[in-house]
Design a protein. Structure first.
Length: 187
């Protein structure tokens, strides 16, 4: 596939695409283009997606259930290795083929599964304590769905997923479309 075709699919210009891909190495051939399957493999390798990363989900309420049952993780190189909850009433329940384990087992779970990524799906009030427990257990990267800012030690990565902010971004675009439609229909 040519850089022009790849650029069109990515929504960028071909010079930018070639420059960005050059950071991965020399995978294109002038006049021939890119072997897409090989290029895809190299991008996956660079992103660390050529192995299955074990993840631990903490907080198995509605969102935790949805995440535990989400099959898209496996397609992207992530394996849900364990489900953890502090509620004794949920411990032992099976969700997505995994038994929910107690928070007290988190250190042994992380060791057993060689997990480096934790997912927080708890209420905001519990998020910092869960983050502290994840870090103490050896987790180095956290995906936080709780509506709370987390404080973690240096060397621990945190990504926050704020669905309300994402919805606000969409309303911005809806406002812009409505304003453009108004201008177009008035003219």
């Amino acid at each position: 596939m040519s850089s022009e075709e790849l650029a069109a699919a990515a929504g960028v210009n071909s010079a930018k695409l070639r420059k960005d891909l050059s950071h991965l190495g020399s995978y294109g051939t002038r006049g021939v283009g890119y072997d897409v399957a090989y290029l895809l493999h190299q991008i996956r390798r660079e992103l660390g997606l050529t192995q299955h990363w074990p993840i631990v989900i903490v907080g198995i309420g509605n969102l935790g259930h949805a995440l535990a049952n989400y099959r898209g993780f496996a397609e992207r190189g992530f394996r849900t290795a364990a489900l953890v909850d502090a509620d004794p009433g949920k411990v032992g329940e099976e969700v997505g083929g995994l038994r929910i384990r107690p928070l007290a087992e988190l250190p042994s779970i992380v060791r057993e599964q060689d997990a480096a990524i934790g997912v927080i799906a708890t209420p905001a009030a519990a998020a910092q304590a869960v983050a502290d427990a994840l870090v103490a257990a050896g987790i180095r990267s956290i995906l936080n769905f709780a509506p709370a800012a987390l404080v973690v030690p240096e060397g621990v990565s945190v990504r926050k997923v704020d669905l309300a902010v994402e919805m606000q971004i969409l309303t911005y675009y809806e406002q812009r479309k409505a304003a453009l439609d108004e201008v177009t229909s008035a003219g």
